[in-house]
Design a protein around this ligand. Structure first.
Ligand code: FRU
Length: 433
């Protein structure tokens, strides 16, 4: 899988996603579908969209969104008539049950980008606004200046007119293009999520700001995740929770992905909130506690005190499916954090590290107040590590250790002292156990 497209309806969480049924590599983009009622157990559903030979989407059904109107479901996606050179057009499919989809005979509904914009023109996101419908399509400004979200409007969901640029991005902050845009009200502000895949600013970015019905003016900006999580989008559930899902990317060679028979995974559900300073809060959904099995807890310990590293591997606990909850008291260490998938001597390891100098967790900014403790909540599921810090920063890592002995976990400090106040570890059980 790559990009998830989350949608909530009638007590069920739906994840549509970019999918290639031909193998564990990118190509022939279909829409896959999975469903959950508890955010923990997911059931595979039939393919939702298949490229149609000779059709406007013959070379792929790219990312988009699903919305509901009067009990019917409207799926907007980017049809790819031609991959090389890339041609993109916005299309519609309709369903009464979210399972079987009929493509609109008038596809594509929006053929080509408005004048004066760059090549990227994909991943429509649609929302209701009063009596009419709005759409943004992810695009870019010329000369690699940055992303652009193009705003369209419609009364009937089939005829769309171009209105304006909702928002322009700065390449240095949010990358060259706006892929997979998502746009929603959050508290007393609006949030725009966009993704960009070239190095340097790779990832999904959030911007929080004001929306006046035509323009979005960002006030704050940051990264949804400081690591291997991309193309993240959200749904709104019945409890009013804005829940984000991302595509957890591989960090191993393509040949190994093909050999493994799978590539890419869905992130854990992450609940977004607007914090008092109008930045983005992000925390794992509480439903995940249903996965907890046996628990271990450890007394506090002080690590370090000198130059170099102090490492403590935990006694009695080992595994590759664990939840860790670790509280660090503010201390002098320059770097500290947790280790998972460690060899018995600690030489092979995956580090979730907070860097006090750069104030970062991976590539995600995390500024701690002088007396603020660091709370790390880490979910380890074999090669996938999803770490949450103080309910406002996320870091996804991939771990491919060389052998099955790499199942130890621990804490560490470098260049200074830090006190670990408490450590709790749960073994995670498969959801159906
Ligand atoms: C993001 C993306 C989207 C596109 C899709 C194709 O990962 O490049 O922009 O619609 O993947 O699979």
């Amino acid at each position: 899988m790559n990009d998830p497209i989350p949608f909530f309806w009638d007590g069920a969480y739906h994840i549509f996603f970019q999918h290639n049924p031909n193998g564990a590599f990118w190509g022939a983009m279909h829409w896959g579908h999975a469903l959950s009622r508890d955010l923990v157990r997911w059931q595979p559903q039939p393919l939702a969209l298949t490229p149609q030979p000779g059709g406007v989407d013959q070379d792929g059904c790219f990312t988009g969104c699903v919305v509901e109107r009067d009990g019917r479901f409207y799926l907007f996606y980017t049809g790819i008539p031609q991959l090389e050179p890339l041609t993109q057009a916005q299309c519609l499919a309709v369903s009464d049950d979210l399972i079987s989809w009929t493509k609109d005979a008038a596809n594509p509904l929006i053929k080509r980008p408005a004048a004066k914009i760059g090549a990227c023109f994909r991943d429509p996101h649609v929302w209701r606004e009063g009596q009419r419908w709005r759409m943004i399509v992810g695009s870019e400004q010329p000369d690699d200046r940055g992303g652009a979200a193009l705003l369209f409007a419609s009364d009937d969901m089939r005829t769309w007119r171009y209105e304006d640029v909702l928002c322009l991005g700065d390449a240095a902050q949010t990358g060259f293009e706006f892929e997979c845009p998502d746009f929603f009200a959050l508290g007393d502000r609006w949030a725009l999520l966009t993704s960009r895949g070239r190095p340097a600013v790779e990832g999904t970015h959030w911007q929080v700001g004001r929306y006046d019905g035509r323009r979005f003016t960002p006030e704050q900006i940051g990264r949804v995740d400081g690591g291997a999580c991309y193309a993240a989008k959200t749904l709104l559930d019945a409890a009013g929770r804005r829940i984000l899902f991302g595509w957890i990317q591989e960090r191993r060679p393509v040949e190994e992905q093909r050999a493994a028979g799978w590539s890419g995974a869905l992130s854990l559900p992450r609940v977004l909130t607007l914090l008092p300073d109008r930045s983005l809060g992000i925390a794992p959904a509480p439903e995940l506690a249903a996965l907890r099995g046996p628990r271990w807890s450890y007394a506090g310990v002080t690590l370090g005190g000198a130059d170099g590293e102090t490492l403590l591997l935990l006694d009695g606990v080992a595994g590759d499916a664990l939840e860790l909850l670790i509280r660090f008291r503010p201390g002098g260490a320059m770097q500290y954090g947790a280790l998972v998938r460690c060899s018995a001597d600690g030489s092979v390891r995956t580090e979730v590290v907070y860097d006090r100098r750069t104030q970062r967790l991976g590539n995600a900014a995390l500024t701690l107040a002088a007396d603020e403790p660091l709370t790390l909540r880490i979910y380890l599921d074999r090669s996938i590590v999803e770490a949450f810090a103080n309910d406002r920063a996320c870091l996804t890592l991939r771990s491919y250790p060389p052998d099955d002995g790499c199942v130890h976990v621990g804490v560490f400090a470098r260049d200074g002292e830090v006190t670990v106040e408490s450590i709790e570890v749960w073994q995670l059980r498969p959801p159906d156990a």
